[in-house]
Design a protein around this ligand. Structure first.
Ligand SMILES: N[C@@H](CCC(=O)N[C@@H](CS)C(=O)NCC(=O)O)C(=O)O
Length: 220
């Protein structure tokens, strides 16, 4: 059995947050490309590993794990304590941990979900005009959410969502903010999100992951 962890990825997708984290934690891993232009995510070989046909997928020994946020929580809990870069998830049963849950849930079931409606409106409406409306409404709701995030960053006791310490919520938020770069009011246009994204982009983990996935500027 191959002992090295494997992250199945497609450039720029929901694999980014786990990819940043693998780099942050200095873990040995292999990136495995799932070529979506060839529909590899819908083919039997991949569906056997991830029946949902979604990216990313992490394989760690006998564990096959899907859902980007779950992969981040798993990696941070499993390997974070021994990482030189510090712990990306606060200790369980602490107020800080509760706050991490709050942000991870908000980011996944609210902002990420809305971004999926924005990118795949045709899945929510049969006709072209209807799909365009779905997309426009999704964009408006994303703008409200970015406003909420901007307010929270303004009130943060430190430079990150949880305050002083960077966490998986920041890696996740950075990924989602990148996805808004084609919108009329992208994340980089919000006064407190803008410097936050700039700071996050100075992290070697993020720069290296972009390089490895072949992603070029503009990064967000
Ligand atoms: N909730 C999942 C969503 C995964 C997801 O939708 N991934 C997209 C790429 S960002 C994908 O696989 N799209 C291909 C498809 O839906 O056919 C997660 O966060 O991991």
């Amino acid at each position: 059995m191959d002992l090295m962890m494997q992250l199945y990825y497609s450039p720029g997708t929901a694999c980014l947050a786990p990819h940043f984290l693998l780099e942050e934690l200095g873990l040995p891993y292999q990136l495995v490309l799932v070529d979506t232009s060839k529909q590899e995510h819908q083919q039997a070989a991949y569906l056997k590993l991830n029946p949902n046909g979604k990216i990313p997928l992490l394989i760690d020994g006998d564990l096959q794990l899907t859902e980007s946020a779950a992969i981040c929580l798993y990696l941070a809990d499993q390997y974070g304590a021994s990482a030189q870069s510090g712990n990306f998830s606060p200790a369980i049963a602490t107020p800080e941990r509760a706050r991490l849950y709050q942000w991870m849930m908000y980011l996944t079931n609210t902002l990420q979900a809305e971004l999926l409606s924005y990118f795949y409106p045709e899945r929510l409406h049969d006709d072209v005009l209807g799909a365009a409306q779905v997309q426009a409404h999704a964009e408006q709701r994303v703008a409200q959410m970015l406003g909420y995030i901007d307010d929270n960053l303004a009130q943060s006791q430190g430079e990150y969502l949880l305050g002083e310490h960077v966490s998986i919520a920041d890696l996740f938020l950075f990924m989602l903010c990148r996805w808004t770069r084609g919108m009329q009011k992208p994340a980089r246009d919000y006064p407190h999100v803008a410097p936050y994204l700039q700071r996050m982009l100075t992290r070697p983990s993020i720069v290296k992951s972009f390089e490895m996935e072949g992603i070029q500027a503009p990064f967000y």
